[in-house]
Design a protein. Structure first.
Length: 375
């Protein structure tokens, strides 16, 4: 079996590291996705434990698709009946890049027809009822080569279940977790986010500090599959809970907006980490810490939705002045979409990493205790 984990561009190496820590084998990295060899038990383990991937896809076929006939025959050759039962619902989603088959709706129609033809022949019926559980089919066509998958996740992995509301410009949980991991925070150092918004970055830091699997409090599509034994999910959950840590952590989220702080506390309680992360109302421009080392990871306003661009530029400059007082061994990561962030902040970053916050291209800027080679 091959499992493929799509991810935001720029996070491929982070997701690959996660797969290595989960003892996955034959890890392959491509733009926007990471794959590995796996078993059905790993479907449950990856869904429960991955922090930075978008979803877990079971690869069921790969073949050349220079035209619609090749696409139909390739999809029809997949043994869908091994997983999809007679009453299974099987909607189709996908995308195409640099291929002759550039019409995604047309490709969706062909994939659906081919899968239905195969299943109808196997189950002996002209029309499949599709009244049962969902088996989401996904496809990707790149340079006339098609890959076909079954989506084991359902709602994206960023939906941890603890954030029912946000403060108007949310940072996805998967990206927040990636920023925390990039800061090398593992629970031992002080950790701060002075622009915490709805608390996503500190909450993800707390989940990482506790080594708590982010998917323990939600359900996944493959849990309802008849071909997926319940014991895989029970074993994966038990394994994840056995690996949790229980200690004391110095994790702080702050925001100038009292409503944001109140919401952050509520979200932390839903995430089960309210015992190890604290939130307070505070002005980021008055941020001070006496510890000689620590991690600061934050996502200040971009000037695209919540503030005017000129106001954000003044904020960046003032925040840069504020952090000059931070001890030099602190590691700082600031996410921003502003093209001239470094100029307004007042200093060049030790390094930059291009990322995407939703559809917004951004850079993560590394300051403080980072050398120019990133160490």
């Amino acid at each position: 079996m091959i499992l493929t984990v799509p991810c935001l561009l720029g996070l491929e190496s982070v997701v690959a590291d996660e797969l290595r820590r989960l003892n996955c084998k034959n890890i392959q990295t491509e733009n926007g996705r990471v794959s590995c060899a796996a078993s059905m038990a790993d479907v449950a383990r990856l869904n429960l434990n991955l922090r930075c991937g978008a979803r877990v896809l079971l690869k069921v076929g790969a073949f050349p698709a220079p035209d619609f006939e090749a696409l139909f025959q390739g999809v029809a050759s997949v043994p869908w009946e091994r997983i999809i039962p007679k009453d299974g619902e099987f909607p189709v989603k996908g995308w195409s890049l640099s291929s002759a088959l550039h019409s995604v709706p047309a490709c969706q129609s062909i994939v659906k027809k081919a899968a239905a033809t195969r299943l109808g022949r196997v189950y002996g019926c002209e029309t499949l009822p599709e009244t049962g559980e969902r088996y989401q089919i996904r496809f990707a066509i790149i340079h006339d080569a098609a890959s076909v998958y079954l989506d084991t996740t359902g709602d994206g992995l960023y939906k941890r279940g603890y954030r029912a509301q946000n403060m108007g410009a949310p940072l996805r949980e998967t990206l927040a977790a990636a920023l925390v991991l990039l800061s090398r925070y593992r629970g031992k150092d002080p950790f701060c986010d002075p622009f915490c918004g709805s608390g996503t970055i500190p909450i993800e830091a707390a989940l990482i500090a506790k080594n708590r699997a982010p998917g323990l409090d939600r359900r996944f599509a493959a849990q309802k599959w008849k071909s997926m034994e319940a014991r895989y999910w029970l074993d994966a959950a038990e394994e994840a809970m056995d690996r949790e840590y229980h200690g004391q952590y110095d994790i702080l989220g702050s925001d100038i907006d009292p409503a944001a702080v109140e919401l952050s506390r509520h979200n932390a309680e839903l995430a089960g980490v309210d015992d190890c992360v604290r939130f307070e109302v505070a002005d980021a421009l008055k941020f001070r810490r006496e510890s000689v080392y620590g991690q600061l990871v934050t996502n200040p306003p971009y000037g695209e939705r919540l503030m005017e661009k000129s106001d954000v530029e003044k904020l960046y400059h003032a925040f840069g002045k504020t952090l000059e007082a931070l001890p030099e061994r602190w590691r700082v990561i600031i996410l921003s979409s502003h093209d001239e962030f470094e100029r307004h902040y007042g200093r060049r970053a030790a390094k930059r990493r291009k990322l995407y916050n939703g559809m917004i291209p951004c850079n993560a800027y590394f300051y403080g205790g980072w050398k120019r080679d990133g160490n």
